[in-house]
Write a protein that binds this ligand. Structure first.
Ligand code: ATP
Ligand code: MG
Length: 257
C-alpha cells in the first residue's frame, strides 16, 4: 500500500475534492483504494455520502486504543473503502500532542495496512493548517500531493510546504517523504490569471505538476451536497473527464496503468 497525503495548509484549495474524486476514479479503474478522512470537518466523509459515526474514525488508532483495520468501512463502490472522520478527531489535535512519539502516531497506526495486500493506495484527506493531524499525515505518507488553486500566492504556498517537508525530514520523522505531485485546481482558462499562475508553477516545479488541470466548474461544488463523487453526479461532464484523466496520470506515475 502506497500512502498519499493530499495536503496544503491553505484552506479551500480543493484538497477534499481531489481526495474524494481521485479515490473514486481509482476505484472505478478497479484499483483498491482506501480513503482516510483526517479532517474533523468530515467533508470527505459526507462527499461520498456517509455520516461520521462516533467511534468510527482514525482517532482511536491514533491514540493507540484500537487497530486501524477495525475502522475500515466498505462503500457502495466495489473497490473503494473509507475511514470516516468524527468529532473525536477535533480533540486529537490536543490529545495526540501530549503522547510520546506524537509525530509518528499515524505512521504507526497505519503500519498493519502498509505491508498488507488489501489496498493499493491510501489517500489521506488532510485538514488545512499545520496542526498535529497534518504533520502526522506528512510523517505517515510515502508521497505528498498538493492541490493548488490557480490564483496569486500559489508559489508562496508551495514554498511553505516545501519548507515543512524539509522540517519533517530533518527531525527524522519521515526521511523519504517526497513532493510527488502538484495539481492545478479551479483552473479557469478564460482568465489570464489562471494561465499565468499555472505557467509560473510549471516553470518552477516542472514535471512534478500534473499535466491535467482541474477546471473550475459549479458541478464540483454541487456534487458533495448530494454525497456523490463527480463520476457519479455528472459522469460525462468536463469535471469527471478531468479527474479521470488525473487518475490515469496518477497510475502512469505509479506504473500501475
Ligand atoms: N474545480 C472546482 N471548481 C469549482 N468548485 C470547486 C472546485 N474544486 C473544489 N471546489 C469547491 O470549492 C470549495 C473548497 O474545495 P475543497 O473542500 O475541496 O477544498 P479543501 O482544500 O479541502 O478545503 P479545506 O481546507 O476547508 O479542507 C468546496 O465548496 C468545493 O466544492
Ligand atoms: Mg478539505
Amino acid at each position: 500500500m502506497l500512502t498519499i497525503a493530499i495536503a496544503n495548509q491553505k484552506g479551500g484549495v480543493g484538497k477534499t475534492t481531489t481526495a474524494v474524486n481521485l479515490a473514486a476514479c481509482l476505484a472505478e479503474k478497479r484499483v483498491r483504494t482506501l480513503l482516510i478522512d483526517l479532517d474533523p470537518q468530515a467533508n470527505a466523509t459526507s462527499a461520498i455520502g456517509l455520516e461520521g459515526l462516533a467511534g468510527q474514525s482514525i482517532y482511536e488508532p491514533l491514540m493507540g486504543g484500537a487497530s486501524v483495520i477495525e475502522k475500515v468501512l466498505p462503500t457502495r463502490f466495489e473497490h473503494l473503502f473509507v475511514i470516516t472522520a468524527d468529532l473525536d478527531l477535533a480533540g486529537a489535535e490536543i490529545e495526540v500532542a501530549r503522547l510520546d512519539d506524537h509525530l509518528l502516531r499515524l505512521r504507526h497506526a497505519l503500519a498493519p495496512l502498509k505491508n498488507d495486500t488489501s489496498f493499493d493506495f491510501a489517500i489521506l484527506d488532510c485538514p488545512p493548517s499545520l496542526g498535529i493531524l497534518m504533520t502526522n499525515a506528512l510523517a505517515a505518507a510515502d508521497e505528498l500531493l498538493v492541490p493548488i488553486q490557480c490564483e496569486y500566492f500559489a508559489l508562496e504556498g508551495l514554498s511553505k510546504i516545501s519548507h515543512v517537508i524539509e522540517q519533517i525530514k530533518s527531525v527524522g520523522a519521515n526521511p523519504n517523504l517526497t513532493l510527488a505531485g502538484i495539481l492545478m485546481t479551479m483552473f479557469d482558462g478564460r482568465t489570464n490569471l489562471s494561465n499565468q499562475v499555472a505557467e509560473e508553477v510549471r516553470k518552477h516545479f516542472g514535471n512534478t505538476v500534473y499535466t491535467t488541470q482541474i477546471p473550475r466548474t459549479i458541478r464540483l461544488g454541487e456534487a458533495p451536497s448530494f454525497g456523490k463523487p463527480i463520476i457519479e453526479y455528472e459522469p460525462n461532464g468536463i469535471a469527471a473527464d478531468a479527474y479521470r484523466a488525473m487518475a490515469k496520470e496518477f497510475l502512469q506515475r505509479h506504473k500501475g496503468g
